[in-house]
Design a binder for this molecule. Structure first.
Ligand SMILES: Nc1ncnc2c1ncn2[C@@H]1O[C@H](COP(=O)(O)OS(=O)(=O)O)[C@@H](OP(=O)(O)O)[C@H]1O
Length: 308
């Protein structure tokens, strides 16, 4: 089957036309948020599905049944995707929603509401690597070309969903305009899943006792989510996502960028990052501290000498 990669442009940003139309963007921009809503906001590949699982487990007090029986896109539909109205019509209780849209497109709709916003960010070197691999298996995204070509589009902000820098800066610099805002990173979740679940449970005002937290932690682990067809996207027809070409739950690690970025690409990305983020106080974890301690020859040599 041909790729489904028709692009839809809105406010100068391209989006996959397979999921979005001008009408769906209008629907999102004029969405009537309720004070009891929770909106998960991410740039793609930053931990969206993970947070969808976390809010599901927190709101169900660690009971895994909902997470194991209902796909993530039904539990927390993307505001800007075409099926959102039908899903919400059928849903009951406090609503969980998801969006990849930049702040400026939702600012008016969120104004004056008490909707809770959870912004999940991930270090952009890992984002671009995850995004690159996703383009290879998701037929509704354009062929990414070489990593170098894709990286260049990512840095320029011409990839689908636009610039990572604009997205992160837009939402975080306007967080003061949002009544209830939680900023959390993929790396926080990776390094301290239990602590991150506790932060989410405090934010949602949904306290969990120790056993509930333990159960939530188990369900939100990478190994558990990789096997859960309700979140690993194996329910999606292979014409749309071809799992023979790569897995949605791919590696789930901090620092995988080191396996693909060249030294030169890394240095030039660091320069762009420093300039784009010069006004921002956000800091990112770029490497897994547990893996980096033996990453250099000096460290290894040091250890071997000690052992001798
Ligand atoms: N539980 C858990 N632990 C660690 N990592 C996890 C977990 N769940 C999802 N992931 C990883 O998140 C990446 C997918 O990001 P998104 O869910 O934001 O993708 S999407 O925007 O909804 O397409 C993708 O990252 P990569 O593995 O680096 O490609 C997933 O593997």
């Amino acid at each position: 089957m041909d790729r489904l990669d028709v692009a839809e442009t809105f406010h100068g940003i391209t989006f996959p036309g397979h999921l979005h139309t001008q009408e769906t963007f209008q629907y999102a921009m004029s969405f009537k948020f309720q004070d009891t809503d929770t909106l998960i906001v991410t740039y793609p590949k930053s931990g969206t599905t993970w947070m969808q699982e976390m809010v599901t487990l927190v709101s169900s007090k660690g009971n895994p049944v909902r997470a194991q029986t209902q796909p993530n896109w039904m539990r927390a539909p993307w505001l800007e995707q075409y099926y959102c109205p039908q899903v919400l019509k059928a849903s009951q209780g406090p609503r969980f929603l998801t969006t990849h849209l930049p702040y400026q497109l939702l600012a008016t709709a969120l104004q004056g509401t008490k909707t809770k916003v959870i912004y999940v960010a991930r270090n952009p070197k890992d984002v671009v690597v995850s995004y690159y691999h996703f383009h290879k298996m998701a037929n509704f995204l354009p062929n990414p070309g070489t990593f170098s070509e894709f990286l260049s589009g990512f840095v320029k902000g011409t990839v689908h969903y636009g610039s990572w820098f604009d997205h992160v800066k837009g939402w975080t610099s306007n967080s003061g305009n949002i009544h209830n805002f939680l900023y959390i990173t993929y790396e926080d979740m990776s390094q301290d899943l239990r602590g991150s679940l506790e932060r989410v449970s405090r934010f949602l005002q949904c306290p969990l006792v120790e056993e509930e937290l333990t159960s939530a932690e188990r369900s939100c682990s990478f190994s558990s989510m990789r096997e859960n067809s309700m979140v690993n996207y194996t329910l999606v027809p292979k014409e749309i996502m071809n799992h023979n070409k790569g897995k949605f739950m791919r590696k789930g690690k901090i620092g995988d960028w080191q396996n693909i970025f060249s030294e030169e690409q890394s240095c030039s990305f660091d320069e762009v990052f420093a300039s784009e983020m010069s006004e921002s106080s956000l800091e990112f974890v770029w490497k897994n501290p547990e893996e980096t301690s033996l990453n250099t020859w000096t460290d290894t040599e040091h250890l071997l000498r000690h052992a001798a």
